[in-house]
Design a binder for this molecule. Structure first.
Ligand code: FAD
Length: 531
C-alpha cells in the first residue's frame, strides 16, 4: 500500500504541474509543495486576462494568477511570500477597472478576487433585524451592483455610491468611492463599519474604529498597500423607491458653481431646512460640455432626447462651453400624492436656481435604474464597439478657491482648442464628510471639486489625450492650484511623497508595519523595495 501511496502522490503532483504549466523562474520552487499550489495558474490564457485593464494604456504579465477559494487561501499565499527567502509581489485584482495598471503584478502573482465569490451565496449577507444598526457584510470581491440587489431585497441600500456599480467593494474602498451622494454621506469609505483584511505579512485581521483601528483607517483609501480587503461591513439605510432626476443647463460658470455649492452646503448644514423648505437634492453632480468635444460620444449627454440634445448643442456652440448641473430627489411611491409632493418640492427648488430658462430636463426612474445608469450607457457603447477602447482618464480634486481659474485656464482655453471625447464630470464635495484618519488624500479646503476627464480614445489616439492631461496638470502646477489626484498615478516615490504631503510619514509608517516587504499592489508604484 505504501507503493500505491507513492504512485498516488506522484500522479497528483504531475496533475498539478500539468495544470499550472512550467514553473516560472520568478516564483520560488518550494511554493509548488504547498496545498494552494493547484490554485496558481501560469498558462498564457490566465496571465493574459489580467495583463491589461480598463484603461488599456499599459500591459504587464504576472508569473501566475491565483484563484483563491477562501480568504484563508489568500493569507497562506501572502504568508508564504513574506516568509520566503525569495518573496514575490501579490496584487488583488477586483474587476480590473483601474486605468494605469494599479492591479498588475509584473512577474508576481495576481489574485483573481472574483474566484472568492464563485458558487458561494454567503459572501453578501444583509443584517436588517436591528432597525438602529443595519448593515451588509460583503466580500471584498463583490460587485456593488450585487450588493445593491441583495440590500434592496430588504428594502435597504448603502447611502453612498460610485457612478458605476460594476466595480468591486475592495477596489473602490482602496480608493474612496465617490459620487453625487458624497456631499451628504461622505465617500464610500466613510460608510464602512468593519473590515477583514489580509496584511502584507499574511495575517488575517478584523478591524474597525474600535479594534485594530490603525489598520482600519490605513486600509480605507490605502491603494491596496496595507492589506487585502476580504470582507467589508457597510452601513445600510432604507432605500427610496423612485428618483426625480433633473439636469439643468448653465451658460455662466459663476452661477453654476454658486448653485452647486449652495445645494451641497444647504443640505449638509441642516436637514431641518430641507424639510421646511422642501428643497434640496439627495444627489448633486454636474458636468462640463465643451463644444466639439465632450458633447459628442458622452455616455451622459446621450441621455438627452434628440430635440433637447440639439438645443443644448446649439447653446454650447454659441457659448463654447456650457455646464450641466445634475440633481436627484429620492422619494417613495407610497401614494400618488407623494409624487405630487415631489413635484412641488422640485418646483420650489428650481425657482431658487439660476440655470438658463427653459433648460431644465426632468426624468423619473426607479432608484435601482438611477444607480445603475452608467451600465445602460456601457451597453450602448458596447453595442457600437466604443467601450473597449483606451481610456486615458484624469481625475483630480480641486479646491474651491481656485475653481474660477480652473474654468478660465482649462475649460475656456486648453480644452476649447483641443478635440476630446468623453464626459467631463464636475461637482463639489464637503471635506467634513471625509475622515482624515483614513488614507485618501484630498485638498486642504472645506469645499473641493471632483473633476473627472473621462476620455475615450475614439477620435484621437490616447497619446494625444495623455498630452492633454499633462497640459492640464502643467497649468495647475504653473498657477499654483493645489489639486490632488484621485485614483492617483505617479511613477516616482518623490511624486508620491508630494501627493501625500504631510500625511506621507504616517502612510510610510503604516506600510512598514503592515507590508514591510512591499508585497502588496506593486502596480501602484509607490514602494518598490522592502522598507
Ligand atoms: P481594480 O482595478 O481591480 O483594483 C484597484 C486597486 O485596488 C489595485 O491596486 C488593486 O490591487 C487594489 N485592490 C483590488 N481589490 C482589492 C481588495 N479587495 N483589497 C485591497 N486592495 C484591492 N470611482 C469612483 O470613486 N467613483 C466613480 O463614480 C467611479 N466610476 C467609474 C466608472 C467606470 C466606468 C470605471 C471603469 C471606473 C470608475 N471608478 C469610479 C474608478 C474605480 O473606483 C476604480 O477603478 C477602482 O479601482 C475600482 O475598480 P476595481 O474594483 O475593478 O479594482
Amino acid at each position: 500500500s505504501s507503493f500505491l501511496m507513492v504512485i498516488f502522490l506522484i500522479t497528483s503532483l504531475m496533475s498539478i504541474v500539468s495544470q499550472i504549466g512550467p514553473w516560472p523562474g520568478a516564483l520560488p520552487q518550494d511554493l509548488l509543495a504547498i496545498d494552494i499550489a493547484a490554485k496558481l495558474h501560469m498558462d498564457s490564457h490566465a496571465t493574459s486576462l489580467v495583463s491589461t485593464d480598463f484603461g488599456g494604456l499599459t500591459q504587464a504579465t504576472p508569473a501566475a494568477v491565483f484563484y483563491p477559494s477562501s480568504p484563508h487561501d489568500i493569507a497562506v499565499l501572502v504568508q508564504f511570500s513574506y516568509s520566503s527567502s525569495r518573496p514575490f509581489t501579490v496584487a488583488p485584482r477586483g474587476h480590473g477597472h483601474s486605468i494605469r495598471g494599479q492591479a498588475f503584478a509584473p512577474d508576481g502573482v495576481v489574485i483573481d478576487m472574483a474566484s472568492l465569490g464563485h458558487g458561494r451565496n454567503d459572501r453578501i449577507i444583509v443584517h436588517s433585524d436591528d432597525s438602529q444598526f443595519r448593515y451588509v457584510d460583503a466580500g471584498g470581491e463583490q460587485l456593488w451592483i450585487d450588493v445593491l440587489h441583495a440590500a434592496l431585497e430588504h428594502g435597504l441600500a448603502p447611502p453612498s455610491w460610485t457612478d458605476y456599480l460594476h466595480l468591486t467593494v475592495g477596489g473602490t474602498l482602496s480608493n474612496a468611492g465617490v459620487s453625487g451622494q458624497a456631499f451628504r454621506h461622505g465617500p464610500q469609505i466613510s460608510n464602512v463599519y468593519e473590515l477583514d483584511v489580509v496584511t502584507g505579512k499574511g495575517e488575517m485581521v478584523t478591524c474597525s474604529r474600535d479594534d485594530n483601528s490603525e489598520l482600519f483607517y490605513a486600509v480605507l483609501g490605502g491603494l491596496g498597500q496595507l492589506g487585502i480587503i476580504t470582507r467589508a461591513r457597510i452601513g445600510l439605510e432604507p432605500a427610496p423607491q423612485r428618483v426625480r432626476w433633473v439636469r439643468l443647463i448653465y451658460d455662466d460658470f459663476g452661477e453654476f458653481t454658486r448653485d452647486q455649492e449652495r445645494l451641497i452646503t444647504m443640505i449638509s448644514a441642516s436637514k431641518e431646512m430641507k424639510k421646511k423648505k422642501g428643497g434640496g437634492f439627495d444627489y448633486v453632480e454636474g458636468s462640463v460640455l465643451v463644444a466639439d468635444g465632450s458633447l459628442i460620444g458622452s455616455w451622459r449627454s446621450s441621455s438627452f432626447a434628440g430635440w433637447d440634445a440639439e438645443r443644448i448643442a446649439r447653446l454650447g456652440a454659441e457659448h463654447g462651453v456650457i455646464y450641466c448641473l445634475e440633481g436627484a430627489m429620492y422619494y417613495d411611491w407610497v401614494t400618488a400624492s407623494r409624487s405630487w409632493v415631489v413635484d412641488q418640492e422640485l418646483e420650489l427648488l428650481l425657482e431658487e436656481l439660476s440655470f438658463v430658462p427653459g433648460f431644465a430636463f426632468t426624468n423619473d426612474v426607479s432608484y435601482e435604474r438611477f444607480l445603475d445608469r452608467v451600465h445602460e450607457g456601457e451597453l450602448k457603447l458596447r453595442s457600437k464597439g466604443l467601450w473597449d477602447v483606451p481610456h486615458p482618464w484624469l481625475n483630480i480634486f480641486v479646491p474651491k478657491s481656485r475653481i474660477q481659474d480652473f474654468n478660465t485656464g482649462i475649460f475656456k482655453r486648453i480644452l476649447k482648442h483641443n478635440k476630446s471625447t468623453g464626459p467631463i464630470l464636475f461637482y463639489p464635495m464637503n471635506r467634513d464628510k471625509w475622515d482624515k484618519r483614513m488614507s485618501s488624500v484630498i485638498p486642504d479646503e472645506e469645499i473641493f471639486y471632483s473633476i473627472g476627464f473621462l476620455w475615450s480614445a475614439i477620435i484621437n489616439d490616447w497619446e494625444y489625450l495623455e498630452n492633454l492631461n499633462l497640459e492640464i496638470l502643467r497649468f495647475c502646477d504653473q498657477e499654483g492650484i493645489k489639486y490632488k489626484q484621485y485614483l492617483p498615478h505617479y511613477l516616482s516615490q518623490e511624486d508620491w511623497m508630494k501627493h501625500f504631503g504631510s500625511r506621507w510619514d504616517k502612510f510610510f509608517e503604516m506600510k512598514r508595519k503592515y507590508d514591510p516587504k512591499a508585497l502588496l499592489s506593486p502596480g501602484q508604484k509607490i514602494f518598490t523595495t522592502s522598507l
